[in-house]
Design a protein around this ligand. Structure first.
Ligand code: KG4
Ligand code: ZN
Length: 338
């Protein structure tokens, strides 16, 4: 089984993505971002579906061309079944079904959150793969989870957010500060120029391994409103220090829970995934933990952290090897039980 070629399609939110894998190696990884949403301050589902319809054929075509293989060489088609926006998921799944049917090859469904975790198993020079069991911290615009990963398809959520996802916390904080959507990367950019100890935001008290970020957002809102009363230019004058302080607090919240998870499970291999793992503060804290706590940590290649199809492809490859195929009656799911 050394010549497996998987075409993977990801369309769960606002990125249309396709990738071709040869076994566990990525031959091509194409993403079409939808810039249309920025002016609305968030993803507009109707517009996302429409953009997927426009982008999907060119994106798949580009992925096949870059991989330099023909459709006839494909072993299977993998697609994101969920979780995500229904209208967006339907575009990818319908296309995947039709193509698998036409080529008479197997169809493989993939859980988007599994893919963020298993992206670490893509064969990439300079990147080591974790061994089982390990803990995965998946942090994105829609999710914040600590997952105990025992094997490719044996994983349990041991902690998750009870309200906002950490990406939302970044994006909503950014919005309060008047930064455009998605604000996460901008908060990060300013934070790198500021002093994280300038302003103190209280961390939420959530029992166990769960998270809460809605209180932080409210604290930031009140802080900004109060400061603006004294000085209307307060935000502009202190943007770097404010962002550094917010980012510092969010990183502390994540690291506190990871420390507790390591203590409770006795597992000290930590892999991060999801769009927010691009954050410089989180990357540094995770790397520093190797020296500080003796953990072994895994940070994926940047292009495999935000939404992409290569991560769908690596799960597709694993499922192909264990012959976990779908019939053409498979349905998209906005929510999926882990
Ligand atoms: O995984 P992803 O691309 O899409 C989802 O599945 O949600 O994650 C997108 C999220 C957004 O909230 C974005 O603001 C955040 O990841 N993000 C960041 C950074 N880069 C992306 N947040 C903080 N710092 C960053 N550097
Ligand atoms: Zn994602």
């Amino acid at each position: 089984n050394s010549e497996v070629f998987i075409l993977a399609i990801e369309s769960s939110c606002d990125d249309t993505a396709a990738a071709v894998l040869h076994n566990d190696k990525v031959l091509s990884n194409v993403v079409a971002n939808q810039l249309i949403h920025a002016q609305y301050g968030g993803v507009v589902p109707e517009l996302a579906s429409r953009a997927h319809q426009q982008n999907i054929v060119p994106v798949i075509d580009a992925a096949l061309r870059k991989a330099n293989i023909s459709k006839e060489q494909l072993s299977a088609i993998a697609f994101t079944q969920g979780p995500g926006l229904m209208g967006s998921l339907l575009v990818g799944s319908s296309f995947a079904k039709s193509m698998a049917l036409a080529l008479e090859i197997p169809l493989v469904s993939v859980n988007h959150m599994h893919a963020h975790i298993l992206a670490h198993f893509i064969d990439e020079e300079g990147f080591e793969k974790p061994s089982f069991p390990f803990l995965a911290l998946t942090i994105s615009g829609g999710h914040t989870q600590i997952v105990q990963v025992n094997d490719f398809f044996d994983m349990t959520i041991i902690g998750e957010t009870t309200d906002d996802a950490v990406g939302e916390a970044f994006d909503k904080s950014a919005k309060i500060l008047g930064l455009p959507y998605p604000g996460g990367p901008l908060v990060d950019k300013h934070a790198q120029l500021g002093n994280p100890k300038t302003f103190a935001f209280t961390k939420p008290k959530v029992p166990g391994l769960n998270f809460s970020f809605s209180g932080l957002k409210t604290a930031i809102l009140y802080f900004v409103q109060k400061k603006k009363l004294d000085n209307p230019d307060f935000i502009a004058e202190n943007i770097n220090d404010i962002c550094a302080s917010i980012q510092y607090t969010i990183v502390e919240i994540l690291m506190d829970k990871l420390k507790l998870a390591v203590k409770e499970t006795g597992i000290n291999q930590i892999a991060i995934g999801g769009g927010v793992s691009a954050n410089s503060g989180i990357r540094k804290a995770i790397k520093d933990a190797e020296q500080k706590y003796g953990w072994k940590t895994f940070v994926p290649k940047f292009e495999y952290t935000t939404d992409n199809a290569a991560m769908i492809g690596i799960v597709g490859y694993q499922k192909f090897l264990s012959k976990q195929f779908e019939t053409a009656a498979v349905v998209s799911k906005a929510r999926i039980q882990f």
